[in-house]
Design a protein around this ligand. Structure first.
Ligand SMILES: *Cc1c(COP(=O)(O)O)cnc(C)c1O
Length: 361
């Protein structure tokens, strides 16, 4: 059986060893005679699965005790609404606009209150991260919102905004667990897991306890209140049990590699190989300002759309899947999440080299 080099932005590649383990446990999880898909979420066995998943995640990210970890549903997109519904006490929030996913978050938040865009990189097609110093934070803002890694455009924050004592909220859907994070700098971190962690259907929310209150916007449905999920250890209703089980295995896989410092080194090495090639190439070029380049999503173009299309097509024929850029931006994007092996990145660069030689004018 041949596994493709899958450069999809999400749902995305998962560690092969995790998939193999899950396959082995598919019909009979540890002598229970059933799959994790089939068991009660109130069972002892599942309780252990979710508790261990949380424990390993806490260890990996160094999550302080005054933060709750929630495993929710509704995708990252549901957080675009949950955040204002739960945190917008003054009905004002500041957002930094860095692309597709912050635009969606801004549009959603505007349904609940006043949204100030305190910085934006839209003027240059989101190819950089706006200056994070001297931001005009609104006095009455309930929180400041950023997207830490911009999946579509391939940018990431290397420094987080200076926002004084305001609450920082971050969408880390496409770079959670790719490198260490100072969780204590944030009020809330969330991530849809289907980019860098697990199967679609789970959202991890890491939220400081003092932000979990009964005081939510009126009309907020029960299922959209952080408090109900926090009070019930993510088991208020049936959680995405199988997804949480896979996430737990991926957390363990990262721990076995050596944790987030080790993961970061590997990610820097992989991304470095692609960016070095792009910087030397006379055919391909990166689309992002160097200092803001993502370690996870590498965006690039040639000088013609025809050549871009030819590249994507020929790459696919060689087993390199999903290299087409996001439908809204075109060009190419190689998503090289944690689970993409080093050899996949090397193989891609070799293919790009060969393509360049063959198609030079
Ligand atoms: C994919 C993605 C989303 C949307 O995730 P869904 O789970 O599909 O709602 C939001 N933010 C970022 C940064 C993403 O990469």
């Amino acid at each position: 059986m041949a596994r493709a080099y899958n450069f999809s932005a999400g749902p995305a590649i998962l560690p092969e060893s995790v998939l193999r383990e899950a396959a082995e446990e598919m019909l009979d999880y540890k002598g229970t005679g059933m799959s994790v898909m089939e068991m009660s979420h109130r069972s002892k066995v599942f309780e252990e699965i979710i508790e261990n998943a949380e424990k390993t995640l806490r260890e990996l990210m160094g999550i302080p005790n005054n933060y709750k970890v929630l495993f929710l549903q509704g995708g990252a997109s549901q957080q675009f609404a949950m955040i204002p519904m739960n945190l917008m006490k003054n009905r004002v929030a500041d957002y930094v606009n860095t692309g597709q996913w912050t635009k969606r978050a801004i549009a959603e938040a505007r349904m609940y209150g006043e949204v100030n865009i305190i910085a934006s990189s839209e003027d240059r097609t989101f190819s950089y991260i706006p200056e994070v110093k001297d931001l005009k934070i609104s006095d009455d803002a309930d929180y400041v919102y950023i997207c830490h890694n911009n999946t579509v455009y391939g940018t990431k924050y290397n420094q987080i905004p200076e926002i004084g004592d305001k609450i920082l909220v971050a969408d880390m859907s496409s770079d959670i667990l790719s490198e260490p994070v100072g969780v204590e700098k944030y009020g809330l971190i969330f991530a849809g897991v289907q980019k860098n962690v697990g199967p679609a259907g789970v959202v991890v929310v890491i939220i400081r306890e003092d932000l979990i209150t009964e005081d939510v916007l009126s009309g907020t449905p029960t299922m959209l209140r952080y408090k109900i999920h926090a009070d019930n250890q993510s088991l208020y209703n049936t959680p995405p049990a199988y997804g949480i089980y896979i996430c737990g295995k991926v957390f363990k896989w990262i721990k076995d590699i050596g944790g987030l410092e080790a993961m970061k080194k590997i990610n820097q090495e992989k991304a470095g190989i692609v960016y070095d090639f792009l910087d030397k190439s006379r055919m391909f070029k990166g689309t992002v300002v160097k200092k803001d380049r993502s370690l996870m999503n590498v965006t690039f173009v040639t000088d013609s759309q025809e050549l871009d299309a030819k590249f994507v097509k020929e790459a696919k024929a060689e087993g390199f899947e999903n290299l087409k850029g996001h439908r809204t931006v075109g060009g190419m994007r190689a998503s090289i999440y944690n689970a993409m092996p080093l050899e996949g990145v090397k193989a891609l660069v070799s293919f790009m080299q060969k393509f360049e030689e063959e198609n030079r004018k």
